[in-house]
Design a protein around this ligand. Structure first.
Ligand code: UD1
Ligand code: CA
Length: 481
């Protein structure tokens, strides 16, 4: 639905943004749709949608989908944007033809490309405002590139003229036109009425047999309508991902920018070029990130933390003052204030490590709550466990949570002490303040403040070895020599 309904003469222009995302992306050589390939930790298209929805309300943003439409729709459906189906992909001009009915109620149509994710809301606003002020039929966002190979070239009416005669695609360009370094970003603003009055004049007689949206520049010019160019603030913003190499370059630019922003916000990142930090990650001031760390997805890390080398942290929430020691893997975990994790710990989804708790080397947790100040320092598996405060889990403890069919819970209450090398066969409960003797196999509940020992009694056979040694010596033949 259009975003304004007041009378035509005084009202603010109704602006729609359309994102072209129906193509297959042949040059990516992938079985997945191009716009779903990830840079900065999320799909190319998701970046463009995020920028667009900062400029107009989500329902006024339309994505043209076609190749693997359902997957593409699902990837961004939660943003509340609208979709237009281009069942057969016959070019960027054709993508707008199929959107005619959806866009008819608007005054201005801004076109973005689903494979160019560095576009910022500021630049979209600049395009919108330039177009709104000068009111041409079409405004093209352009950039000067050192290497314009692959992009459409912008043919201005004169060297310094703000008006454009045509856009020529690389394949159709003459050698002289290929030398032009001003390129078409693939982002445009159109007067909606004029666009759809003239769009049927597009032809598919070109090297690709496609309807090129870029041909609208010459078509509108011939119809004596004005076509203008406005330069992007930074040429980086318009980079498109047509190949894997271009995609990786975009990813790198995003991550460098992300690290710079975090440093501006007070985070120390040593050797940032070795760290992989996704766009949506949040980190508080005075946290230090060491070399070769990955912080991914929707992870949020508080202030005054230290994230040591070789850790990979995904979709986790880490509070203030936490130490993640080297080589930890966290996924869907929560770590409370002042806790220490690692080195070499693995926190799987549903792990909640309490305030000032310790999880040490070769400890794995899953769907487990470890209470305030509790410790599991060495070689342990804690799965489906509810562990209270001040508990000590000895080295080599295992919660046996799975019988081959179902998962069961182990409960260990406040202040309990689990001796090393114990197995706790769930469902089972160790009461408040209870002790479990080392190497026990606990199959029954242990009442509070009790001691449970569940292992074979030790047998000592005095002198047994000495006797055996003597009998061996007697039977051995003397060695000749
Ligand atoms: C396009 C421009 C080129 C410009 C470049 C900037 C055309 C003909 N050329 O080229 O001048 O310099 O962008 O990056 O427009 N798509 C559809 N439906 C289709 C075809 C494409 O939705 O039928 C989508 C693609 O998924 C993609 C976007 O449109 O997200 C651009 O298409 P692409 O094939 O990448 O165009 P370029 O060759 O990059
Ligand atoms: Ca492209």
């Amino acid at each position: 639905m259009p975003n304004s309904k007041s009378s035509p003469s005084h009202r603010v222009p109704r602006v729609a943004i359309i994102i072209m995302a129906a193509g297959k992306g042949t040059r990516h050589k992938s079985k997945h749709p191009k716009v779903l390939h990830e840079v900065g930790g999320k799909p190319l298209l998701a970046h463009v949608v995020a920028a667009a929805t900062k400029v107009v309300p989500a329902p006024d943003v339309f994505a043209v989908i076609g190749h693997e439409a359902d997957r593409v729709r699902q990837a961004v459906a939660d943003t509340g944007i609208s979709f237009v189906l281009q069942a057969e992909q016959r070019g960027t001009g054709h993508a707008l033809m199929v959107a005619r009915d959806a866009l008819a109620p608007y005054d201005q149509v801004i076109v973005l490309s689903g494979d160019a994710p560095l576009i910022t809301p500021e630049t979209i606003r600049k395009l919108r405002d330039f177009h709104g002020a000068k009111r041409p039929a079409m405004t093209i966002l352009t950039a000067q590139l050192q290497d314009p190979t692959g992009y459409g070239r912008v043919i201005r009416k004169g060297q310094r003229s703000p008006d454009v005669r045509a856009i020529v695609e690389e394949k159709s360009a003459t050698p002289a036109q290929r030398k032009i370094r001003e390129i078409n970003s693939g982002f445009y603003a159109f007067d909606a009425k004029l666009l759809f009055e003239h769009i049927d004049n597009l032809s598919d007689e070109n090297p690709h047999g496609e309807y090129y949206l870029t041909d609208m520049a010459a078509i509108l010019g011939k119809a004596k309508k004005r076509v203008m160019a406005v330069a992007a603030s930074s040429p980086d913003e318009i980079l498109g991902s047509n190949t894997r190499a271009e995609m990786v370059e975009i990813d790198q630019r995003m991550r460098v920018a992300k690290c710079r922003q975090l440093m501006v916000d007070g985070v120390t990142i040593f050797y940032p070029q070795t760290c992989v930090i996704d766009c949506d990650v949040e980190i508080g001031a005075d946290t230090v990130v060491e070399p070769f760390v990955q912080i991914l997805g929707k992870t949020s890390i508080g202030g005054d933390c230290r994230i040591r080398s070789y850790s990979v942290i995904t979709n986790s929430v880490i509070s203030d003052g936490v130490s993640i020691l080297p080589a930890c893997v966290l996924d869907g975990a929560q770590v409370m204030k002042g806790a220490t994790v690692g080195p070499f710990s693995r926190l799987r989804p549903g792990s909640e490590i309490g305030e000032n708790a310790h999880v040490g080397n070769f400890v794995e947790t899953k769907k487990t709550r470890l209470g305030k100040g509790s410790k599991a320092n060495h070689l342990t598996y804690l799965g489906d466990a509810e562990i209270g405060a001040g508990v000590n889990i000895g080295a080599g403890t295992i919660t046996c949570n799975y019988d081959g069919q179902q998962k069961y819970t182990t409960v260990i209450e406040d202040g309990a002490f689990i001796g090393s090398d114990s197995t706790l066969v769930a469902p089972v409960k160790v009461g408040k303040g209870a002790y479990v003797g080392a190497a026990s196999c606990i199959t029954d509940d242990v009442p509070p403040d009790s001691l449970a020992i569940a292992r074979a009694n030790q047998i000592v056979k005095e002198g047994w070895v000495k006797a055996k040694r003597a009998s061996r010596q007697k039977s051995e033949k003397p060695v000749l020599g």
